[in-house]
Write a protein that binds this ligand. Structure first.
Ligand SMILES: [Mg+2]
Length: 296
């Protein structure tokens, strides 16, 4: 399922989890005790929503654009119905590369008798609009007017600093285009933790997937999946980490409010693909790391 470029659709494999427990005095929720054989050696992070909040609010750009494109087919469906439809499939596909959402948009255009543009064209259009929205954020980071912490999932820098001390290899794998991930990682000061181990979507979308990044980590280091720890707020990375036998931490981040409370939709959805732990952000990083390294 995870080999090659194809990124599988969301598939719920865990229904009922029953009562769960929290590590004492923390917001770290244990869904199931990870099957551990020694401490993690390789730690993989998703980027947007898991570390970076620079693109927070992106659905408010993507969904209206899709509604416009669908309306242009001359459909008589009311805009609210198109909005609901677009929102539904955009969120359903979230975690995959952006191009998959645009492939779906093209299908919906065709379904309404329209002749769609290439998905890459829609992706570019979306990206231009998103950049307009986030340009101020990027520039204020670049100019040093805003501290990176203001645009990171809370306590990201603390958990990364701690992991770096523990002599593990740190990686980023993102469904966002690689050039932007690299740029935004630099703006947020994250490049010092990940070095060149930052991977993102490429123009030829078939040459990248999060599963491929994981396969490469395991093959190049001649280790098995049990040494892998993954953090993500999207189903793809959680699913991929679980498939190889790693430990998956769902980051059910409240991107807009940074409230420290888990986003219930993300939590449920990520538990559904097998997340072992759920956190709202990294504020309890010490408790979390102690637990994962069996030092608690
Ligand atoms: Mg994400």
């Amino acid at each position: 399922m995870t080999s090659g470029y194809y990124e599988a659709d969301y598939e719920r494999v865990v229904d009922e989890v029953g009562p769960t427990r929290f590590l004492p005095g923390s917001g770290v929720e244990i869904i199931r005790e990870p099957d551990r054989r020694g401490p993690p050696r390789h730690v993989l992070f998703d980027f947007d929503g898991t570390l970076s909040l620079v693109r927070e609010g992106w659905p408010e750009v993507m969904v209206p654009m899709m509604v416009e494109v669908l309306q242009a087919t001359g459909t008589d469906e009311p805009p609210e119905a198109l909005r609901d439809l677009a929102f539904e499939f955009v969120m359903q596909l979230n975690g995959k590369q952006t191009i998959y959402q645009m492939i779906r948009l093209a299908e919906e255009v065709r379904r309404r008798g329209g002749t769609p543009e290439e998905p890459a064209h829609y992706k570019q259009m979306y990206h231009d609009r998103l950049m307009e929205r986030i340009a101020v954020r990027r520039e204020s980071l670049r100019a040093g007017e805003v501290r990176p912490e203001a645009m990171l999932v809370p306590y990201s820098l603390d958990v990364l600093a701690e992991l770096q001390k523990r002599d593990v290899a740190l990686y980023v794998a993102s469904g966002t285009d690689e050039q932007y991930v690299l740029d935004e990682a630099r703006l947020l000061g994250l490049d010092r933790y990940f070095g060149s181990k930052i991977y993102g979507a490429l123009d030829d979308y078939k040459t990248f997937s999060k599963a491929k990044v994981i396969e490469r980590i395991l093959a190049e280091n001649k280790v098995d999946g049990a040494t892998l720890l993954g953090f993500g707020d999207g189903y793809v990375e959680i699913q991929n980490v679980k498939t190889v036998g790693g430990t998956a931490v769902a980051v059910a981040s409240d991107e807009a409010g940074r409230s420290g409370k888990p986003d219930p939709w993300k939590r449920d959805r990520l538990i559904g693909v097998g997340a072992d732990l759920v956190i709202p952000d990294y504020r309890d990083w010490q408790t979390l790391i102690d637990y994962l390294w069996e030092e608690g």
